[in-house]
Design a binder for this molecule. Structure first.
Ligand SMILES: Nc1cc(-c2ccc3cc[nH]c3c2)n[nH]1
Length: 247
């Protein structure tokens, strides 16, 4: 997968040099390219913003640098057609299902806004040449799209074959399509068996794998009911067995 990130703060993305994603980049599994939007400005101050039409507080990102940046980056014709992702509080909620869907894309471009956002015509103009998605990572407001882009890139990248050592763990993730659809994970434990008087649930030390799987599903249902009743309401009743309904 190729990932292009356009931002006025390229240094925000040094975390993508670390850990499993850094390793995946170095092995060529993921091709991440950072672009400083100011490269497409020509005035002395490398201006990327201006006052909002219609008045109001703050500044809006000018369309010209974005248009030129996207033109140059997407001119790479042999790379196919990219999907443009615009993180924004007003976007569609980004979910694990979106991460699974976007992990299948060959090329993503992330446009990191700042100030009050990017001139709306940038998305309209880009949509004439590529699919465009406005995505929100949650109902809270950040100062820019960089942190949201890091979140989305990590959620997608970890699903790519070869990035995580243990592919099994993906299937047991919270929200993972299939057995964990609309469920969050239950508690996890490791050694020692007793720590500060707190015991690991004995079932987990029993070696009875069917019973352990049942216990883990019960705990996932309990935790989901406690922390995410909104997800419980969305559970497909067909996906619940008799035991699930008793939890
Ligand atoms: N879910 C979420 C996205 C954002 C976001 C995304 C881009 C910009 C640009 C300026 N402020 C921004 C905030 N906040 N919260």
């Amino acid at each position: 997968m190729r990932i292009d990130i356009i931002t006025i703060f390229p240094d925000y993305f040094t975390p993508l040099d670390l850990s499993l994603i850094g390793k995946a980049r170095r092995s060529g599994l993921i091709d991440v390219r950072l672009h400083d939007l100011r490269r497409w400005t020509y005035d002395r101050h490398h201006t990327v913003d201006d006052t909002p039409y219609g008045g109001g507080p703050g500044m809006v990102m000018k369309p010209e640098p974005w248009g030129e940046a996207l033109d140059e980056i997407t001119a790479d014709a042999d790379a196919g057609t990219p999907r443009l992702i615009l993180p924004t509080p007003s976007g569609l909620p980004f979910t694990q299902q979106d991460a699974v869907r976007l992990a299948k894309e060959p090329w993503l471009i992330f446009a990191c806004g700042r100030y009050e956002g990017i001139d709306a015509r940038v998305a309209v103009d880009a949509a004439q040449r590529m699919p465009v998605e406005e995505l929100s990572i949650g109902d809270y407001v950040l100062n820019g799209g960089e942190v949201a882009t890091l979140v989305i890139v990590e959620a997608i990248s970890r699903l790519l074959p070869g990035v995580l050592g243990n592919v099994e763990s993906i299937t047991q993730d919270s929200f993972a399509p299939g057995t964990m659809d609309n469920l969050v994970e239950g508690p996890v434990y490791t050694k020692p068996p007793v720590w500060r008087g707190h015991e690991v649930p004995p079932i987990l030390l029993s070696g009875h794998h069917a019973a352990i799987d049942r216990w883990r599903r019960d705990e996932a249902l309990r935790k989901t009911a406690r922390n995410r009743p909104d997800l419980i309401r969305r559970l497909d009743p067909e996906s619940l067995d008799k035991r699930d309904r008793e939890v």
